[in-house]
Design a protein around this ligand. Structure first.
Ligand code: B12
Ligand code: SF4
Length: 632
């Protein structure tokens, strides 16, 4: 191969520019962006070595226009999806390059030092996996900060909110470098099934212009809370009433993006139930909803769609055994890796709780972590509904399996901290020695300051425990729940854990007495390293309580407000103590983080003071602007 650009049979660039009939590719792209003029372009450029190195196996077309540097360009071009910085880094091309948007399509224009202009066109991925912008972030270094994306608009200016809490993930070649684990699992399943790496790409919505092209057929969107109606989003939005939640805003922006028109859209992931109503699907131009696991169904469905076959509007994924879950091929956000699926405790309001419990092998988990470590991640964030029950066949932990897991993870070169997505307090209560051993090992890692995890306190009422979540206390009885919570949290806190503890308020059948019991419990946790997050009950699709009424601010009594006040007071006190360690990044970013957190903490303090005596911040019985029901 020869370096440089072959100019054989090239059209005259300037005259094409003058007549607005520039080379372009694909009527699909043209019609999708509403362009009136385009011209089929089939000239083949010999791929220079420098490019070939970065684009193995890709067909490329292009044109060169010597002597017309700076000529205006218009028309429709095929999407290239190339990150031109790559070419620069190769060091073989000395000209400068820029990415430009013409007729709403992103093309990469390279100005080489000889004055040649080269338009490169690559093949676009057939399947784009994506999610909204609030899910495509590493949240300035902390997974807990990801919950900020449940916040409503109107508290901070949008630009400041995204800069401080949810800046876009790093992207390369139009692909997201870090992404949601659900999307990574679907990506790996498609590739295992025979799709090529070129055909499948995980893409940030900001890169749609450069990645969606003529070959693109499917845009599959993963969601946790697309309409912002899950807890705690609904609680924040309902109480603050300053605007709709960011996750809803960004999801609606995504599905309404004109670049998606003409493509088949599939919404999947645990929150997909929210948009499964046919009328909502119609309005949002969603072709299919995917519910359940995607490992087997997604490759099959994608093939069917690409082959032009009929696919049901609601696709039900099959449960898969652990050994059939593929390893991720690319890194996840915050080094999240799944170790087990399912829970087995069966709380009535919960969704993952209903899944059959399966555990991945140590080798499988280690391979996933290594993928993340190779990409620069130093955290192994283990995901399971109860990490302390890894490998267990029943409700009791099998400590030797958990310890083997922690040893194996800690021994992986590059792992500097370990965190657990969730643990169950009942398991911690019944296995205090296991907690100590896990803590000791995890805290001996080079950058460990604490072990972060999430867990459910849910309520201080044994009666509600018995009614809705008897399995949560097992092997103890619901009557012991108060002791389980206080003892296990005290122990975990002493052992170096920082927990985010959620509570469900307004469960069907809840009385004033139940709420007061929860408040008493919360008061007993003062001084411990736990964030207390009361969330109003939401009747989530897929849960046993899906047909009940969700709980809203207008139904909150003074006991509920006082409980919320106690929790916020406790949380802001803890946040003040640890905020500097949570925020990472450059000095200006850390200073910004400090400023924003300080502002929010002060706001939280005065808000908590006014709630603690049981007074709501406003009169919720008066009908006002409600952002609880999404305007679609
Ligand atoms: C990590 C995580 C987060 C991280 C996400 C970080 C990131 N950007 O990647 C953070 C902390 C930011 C987060 C936030 C929230 N999350 Co979240 N999150 C999780 C958690 C703990 C793990 C998700 C995961 O990776 N699982 C492992 C993968 C392999 O499983 P999976 O995602 O289900 O993926 C499979 C299928 O769902 C499907 N699939 C997944 N994606 C896609 C996409 C397509 C297109 C298709 C077809 C299929 C498909 O195939 C996969 C393989 O089988 C789950 C709990 C859980 N058990 O899953 C909650 C969970 C998904 N989150 C949930 C919720 C409600 C939220 C929040 C509202 C806050 C909260 N209450 O937790 C916010 C909303 C954020 C937003 N902006 O919208 C709920 C969803 C409930 C529901 N059924 O609707 C869950 C189940 C937690 C719970 N127990 O309630 N979350
Ligand atoms: S213990 Fe947690 S994950 Fe398990 S069913 Fe209950 S709420 Fe769901």
């Amino acid at each position: 191969m020869r370096r440089g650009v072959s100019g054989a049979h090239l059209p005259d660039f300037a005259s094409l520019a003058a007549t607005r009939k520039l080379p372009g590719v694909g009527g699909d792209t043209a019609s999708r962006v509403g362009a009136k003029e385009y011209q089929q372009f089939d000239l083949c450029m010999e791929i220079p070595e420098a490019f070939a190195e970065y684009l193995p196996g890709r067909a490329m077309t292009g044109t060169s226009a010597p002597g017309h540097r700076g000529a205006p360009i218009s028309g429709v071009f095929s999407v290239t999806g190339r990150d031109t910085r790559h070419f620069l880094r190769s060091g073989r091309w000395t000209g400068f390059m820029r990415s430009a948007i013409y007729s709403e399509i992103n093309i990469n224009v390279i100005l080489v030092h000889s004055g040649q202009r080269v338009v490169l066109m690559g093949r676009s991925p057939a399947i784009i996996l994506t999610t909204d912008e609030t899910m495509m972030s590493t949240y300035r270094g902390g997974m807990f900060l990801g919950f900020s994306t449940c916040a409503p608009q109107g508290i901070l200016p949008d630009w400041l909110f995204f800069l401080a809490f949810a800046p876009p993930v790093m992207r390369r070649d139009g692909r997201a470098v870090y992404a949601d684990l659900g999307l990574r699992t679907v990506e790996a399943s498609l590739i295992r099934d025979g799709f090529s790496e070129e055909e499948v790409a995980v893409v940030h919505p900001l890169d749609f212009k450069s990645m969606i092209g003529d070959e693109t057929r499917i845009v599959a969107i993963g969601v946790h809370d697309p309409l912002g109606i899950n807890p705690p989003t609904s609680t924040f939005v309902d109480i603050a009433r300053t605007g709709p939640p960011y996750n809803r805003i960004k999801f609606l922006e995504l599905v309404k993006n004109p670049l998606l028109s003409g493509l088949t859209t599939i919404v999947g992931g645990k929150g997909a139930w929210q948009v499964s109503d046919p009328a909502v699907m119609e309005k949002l131009h969603i072709d299919h909803i995917h519910q359940g696991m995607g490992e087997v169904s997604m490759p099959r469905v994608c093939r069917q769609i690409l082959d032009g076959e009929e696919v049901p509007r609601i696709i039900e994924g099959e449960e898969v055994p652990a050994e059939d879950i593929p390893n991720i091929l690319r890194p996840t956000i915050h080094g999240l890796v799944e170790i087990s699926r399912g829970c087995g405790r069966g709380c009535a309001f919960c969704t993952p709780g209903g899944l059959k419990v399966v555990h991945k092998s140590l080798d499988h988990i280690a391979r996933d972590i290594e993928v993340n470590v190779r990409a620069g991640s130093t955290t192994a964030l283990l995901h399971s509904e109860d990490v302390l029950r890894y490998g267990s066949k029943g409700i009791a932990a099998e400590p030797e399996k958990v310890l083997r897991l922690v040893d194996r993870v800690a021994a992986i070169e590059g792992v500097e901290t370990l965190a657990c997505s969730h643990i169950a307090l009942a398991t911690a209560y019944h296995h205090p020695d296991l907690v100590d051993q896990v803590s000791e090992k995890a805290l001996s890692l080079p950058k460990a300051i604490w072990i972060g995890s999430q867990t459910g306190i849910e309520t201080g009422s044994s009666r509600l425990m018995e009614q809705h979540m008897g399995g949560k206390c097992l092997p103890s009885k619901p009557g012991t729940w108060h002791d389980i919570v206080v003892e296990s949290i005290s122990h975990l806190s002493d052992a170096g854990w920082v927990l985010a503890c959620t509570m469900v308020v307004g469960l069907p059948g809840e009385t004033e007495e139940d709420v007061l019991l929860t408040r008493d419990l919360v008061e007993e946790l003062r001084g411990l390293r736990v964030f207390l997050v009361p969330m109003n009950f939401v009747a989530m699709g897929g849960s046993r309580l899906s047909l009940e009424d969700s709980f809203t601010a207008d139904k909150m009594t003074s006991a509920h407000w006082a409980l919320l006040g106690s929790c916020i007071e406790h949380d802001v006190h803890l946040a003040r103590g640890i905020k500097d360690a949570v925020y990472t990044g450059s000095l200006p970013v850390r200073l910004l983080g400090k400023y924003v957190s300080e502002r929010l903490i002060r706001g939280g303090e005065s808000f908590a003071r006014s709630l603690k005596d049981g007074n709501p911040p406003r009169d919720y019985s008066v009908a006002g602007e409600s952002y609880l029901v999404p305007e679609i």
